[in-house]
Design a protein around this ligand. Sequence first.
Ligand code: ADP
Ligand code: MG
Length: 462
Amino acid sequence: MELTAAEAWSRILESARGMLPEQGYQTWLAPTSPVGLANNVLVISAPNPFAAEWIEDKYGVLLASQAHALFGSALKLSFESRPNTSQLAPKAPAVQLTGLEEAEPEADETRVRTTGRCAIGALNPRYTLSRFVIARNNELAAAACKAVVEEPGRTYNPLFLHGGVGLGKTHLMHAIGHAVLERTPDARVAYVASEQFTNELIESIQGRRTTQFRNRFRTMDLLLVDDVHFLADKDATQEELFHTFNALYDRQKQIVLASDRPPSAVLGLQDRLVSRFEWGLVTDLKPPDYETRLAILQLKAEHENLELGHDVLSLIASRCDSSVRALEGAVIKLLAYSSLTREEMTPELAERLLSSALRAGRAGTAAEIAAAVAAYFGVSEKALASKSRARDVALPRQVAMYLIKQILDLPYTMIGRHFGGRDHSTVIHAVRKVDKLAQSDPAFRQKLEELRSQLAGKPTPL
Ligand code: ADP
Ligand code: MG
């Protein structure tokens, strides 16, 4: 298929637009432009590094799924910050989109850095160990990662990282990939999100290319599998991962996994995988304390030349106490505000801008989460607690149960009590159902992510 970068990007945007709130689209996606399309990687530029990161984080999955639907899995997206390049876009070269073959290294230096030197997947150039602040909340995980880099496949195999959203799991996995490639440039490294592993497996089955799929993954030296909680109930994928795991493990090749919860707590994960994931080291990441949050912001400010003073950074650190993602969201919000209004950012202004978002954003109680979900779906709180099984009430109720579990991690029985005394199996069913729906429906996942970031303290985009 002959395709230019501009055509590809505009078709992806067009199909994603209907699934996004218009304001989010205008703030974040409208200012992007396509830079080029080569070796099946479509490079998109955003006005600044934060916007690139934000888009990747918040809209990456949705955009990738649209790209996948339109052009097949061969097309990968890569976001970078490259101001004032929009005039380059229309001249982007037309290239041939091919099957699943690996991308050849690109001549252009910046492009190579953006996509990394992974045999499968891409490493974010910002996610290195030198850009990771190590503190009490993550020191075990970071030490384990360093040990893995020193002696891959020998000390902790597999290494299983778990923890809440935005605490640095993906960052650490990429950092391992970078460090291993730095030491052994010809090492075969694969980084895949579980969802991508699933998609590629399905495609290989449809295209009768399963042997090729298997050989690719089973010949790696380092396999990084992110977000394994997405594998819940995907039996064929779990089967494949099980054999891939065994093949690599037998050859003493390193495997690193990440999830939002420990192996035994991932619902719908086969016992044989749970037990293998526990063979090596299982370690968690916790939310950072104030000093660590400030250190992270300072490191970021230094690397990205942010025009935010120390006072403003410490204000952000004291106000955003959930994840590192929330810190970054606050920084983006402030930078976007001052670049739109050209007002200088002072601690007072920052306080004002952040406080409304934060008031709405405290994790709060189960009742507050239920109220926020009810408001979001336009149903009454009373209806959520009622016996009604009508779909327009049942789904919001299940979403509220799911979010309470995710954010507050209350016992199922306790959650059931909030909703008219439902028993724990009803709550487990709700959590599974919402998990499943989020996996199969990108628009629903986007809504869920939005609700969750509102509730977990991430400021909403301006
Ligand atoms: P997770 O995979 O756990 O959801 P990520 O690895 O995506 O989280 O981290 C979210 C963001 O926070 C990333 O931009 C990452 O670089 C940043 N981050 C998280 N922890 C740290 C840390 N300790 N030092 C520096 N940046 C961090
Ligand atoms: Mg992650």
